[in-house]
Design a protein around this ligand. Structure first.
Ligand SMILES: O=C(O)C(=O)C[C@]1(C(=O)O)C=C[C@@H](O)C=C1
Length: 168
């Protein structure tokens, strides 16, 4: 067998990278909401996200309820980052953002990541069911943390976002 016959060393890397990509948008969402009347919690938008990913899951033969649960975690993790940043900006106003992104544009980015993440979850159903899922997921999270030089807030949120990736 040649090296190319080997299964990928890091099968959960794409899912982990997409979860981190989605969390990176929390900085933009927080900056868009900072100093406005828009609250961090937007239940109507959450419902829209969850319904859309469930429909996408169904269309590609994935379990819509499982995908909903995984995305509930993505949303909670996103709010963790937003709340952490609001706390930091409140305590240190000099660290608050000076430009305000357009929330609708940021949501378009989130929508694209959501679609990719649904696909990636469907593609890794076997890996996520395997006994090796937890160690592989941890390895992928450590690699993403190191490569992106993530701070504690984003790494803690990443761990939160991965809570239900493994099926066992
Ligand atoms: O779109 C927003 O307003 C966000 O804050 C992002 C997000 C999400 O993770 O999708 C998180 C919290 C809100 O309640 C709704 C959605």
């Amino acid at each position: 067998a040649s090296a190319t016959d080997r299964p990928p060393a890091d099968p959960l890397r794409p899912v982990t990278a997409l979860a981190a990509d989605r969390l990176a948008t929390a900085d933009l969402v927080a900056a868009a909401k900072w100093g406005t009347d828009s609250p961090i919690d937007d239940p109507a938008r959450e419902q829209q996200v969850l319904d859309t990913v469930a429909t996408q899951a169904q269309r590609i033969g994935a379990d819509p309820d499982e995908i909903r649960r995984v995305f509930r975690d993505q949303i909670e993790a996103n709010k963790l980052v937003q709340r952490g940043l609001f706390a930091e900006w409140t305590a240190h106003p000099d660290r608050a953002p000076t430009t305000k992104p357009d929330l609708n544009v940021v949501r378009q980015t989130i929508n694209r990541i959501n679609t990719d993440l649904v696909r990636s979850l469907a593609d890794t159903t076997a890996d996520r069911t395997a006994p090796a899922c937890r160690p592989e997921l941890l390895m992928a999270a450590v690699e993403v943390h190191l490569e992106r030089h993530q701070d504690l807030l984003h790494t803690a949120a990443l761990a939160r976002s991965l809570a239900r990736i493994c099926r066992n």
